[in-house]
Ligand binder design. Structure first.
Ligand SMILES: *[C@@H]1O[C@H](CO)[C@@H](O)[C@H](O)[C@H]1NC(C)=O
Ligand SMILES: *[C@@H]1O[C@H](CO)[C@@H](O)[C@H](O)[C@H]1NC(C)=O
Length: 286
């Protein structure tokens, strides 16, 4: 895979030699994932290197990683449903699968009518508490080509990025009494489903089933993290690359890109939704 000839392989080699405890090889669908919902709606293309998800009137579908991970970074290249995708939701997320005290980190791609922008909704659940939605409209057509979506998660923050541009940062604010996901490993999930009761313009725009089937594509699965079950010392090992000083806060270039996204592309932020939160949530106060 292309990872093996990129600069990253040098970094990977370094990580592998300094810490044999970390899972740091490109993931492959067959080895690392399982189908969770509707086999008949998932196709492996290109020898399993690309996955096609299908949504039609009968069903959507989903897949998940076989392992869970505690800290690290997951990324995938995704090409979303082209044209009229209103009412569809394509998701890429991490989830601890523990109902009462769930930790979850979500990317949800909300479809739209032809020519209208896709929105990306992110949400963070920590110890069972979610309701932290933010939305940005993408600055490119995410159905025209593959783009890289990633979640980087360490003891300091969680960073959601699109093509290496941060679109959301959830800081560890435990000092302010805000829960931070750090005790539970999370699996990596993806699903494609129908949600036309809420997804597009608040549910006003319905799925046009005469355009079905709808297709989304995934490739270049990359998971670098501490697998659980796995060596118990991995997650607290400060030499894991994602715990390094470079990754403890956004560097100046990333910080200015993040400001650009917030200033130009953010369309919803729970932090400023006075109707839902008359008192600003503590993690939103700078
Ligand atoms: C869909 O397009 C409308 C009109 O441009 C926009 O207001 C909305 O944010 C877009 N996204 C969703 C998910 O409704
Ligand atoms: C649904 O798609 C069909 C076929 O392309 C088109 O003729 C029709 O106008 C569309 N309906 C809506 C509500 O966009």
């Amino acid at each position: 895979m292309e990872h093996l000839i990129s600069n990253k392989s040098v970094l990977l080699l370094l990580i592998v030699t300094t810490s044999l405890l970390v899972d740091a090889r490109p993931a492959t669908f067959l080895q690392d994932f399982r189908i969770t919902w509707s086999d008949s709606h998932i196709r492996q293309l290109d020898g399993g290197r690309t996955i096609q998800l299908i949504l039609d009137r009968n069903s959507g579908c989903g897949f998940a990683s076989k392992s869970k991970y505690l800290f690290g970074r997951v990324s995938m290249k995704i090409k979303l449903i082209p044209g009229d995708s209103a009412g569809t939701v394509t998701a890429f997320y991490m989830n601890s699968d523990t109902d009462q005290v769930r930790d979850e980190l979500d990317f949800e791609f909300l479809g739209n009518r032809t020519g209208q922008p896709y929105s990306v909704q992110t949400n963070v659940y920590a110890h069972g508490k979610g309701d932290r939605e933010q939305r940005v409209n993408l600055w490119f057509d995410p159905a025209a080509d593959y783009h890289t979506y990633s979640i980087m998660w360490n003891h300091h923050h969680v960073v959601f990025s699109v093509d290496q541009i941060p679109i959301r940062v959830y800081k560890n604010n435990e000092a302010k009494g805000v829960p931070f996901p750090k005790f539970q490993p999370m699996g990596v999930y993806s699903t494609l489903w129908e949600a036309d009761d809420w997804a597009t313009r608040g549910g006003l725009e319905k799925i046009n089933w005469s355009k079905a089937p709808f297709y989304a594509y995934y490739k270049d699965f990359d998971i670098e993290g501490c697998p659980v079950p796995g060596p118990s010392t991995c997650a607290s090992n400060p030499s894991n690359w994602w715990e390094g000083s470079r990754f403890q806060q956004l560097d100046p270039v990333a910080a200015s890109r993040y400001q650009w996204v917030r200033a130009n592309h953010m369309v919803y932020d729970y932090c400023t939704d006075k109707h839902r939160y008359p008192n600003t949530p503590p993690e939103c106060v700078a």
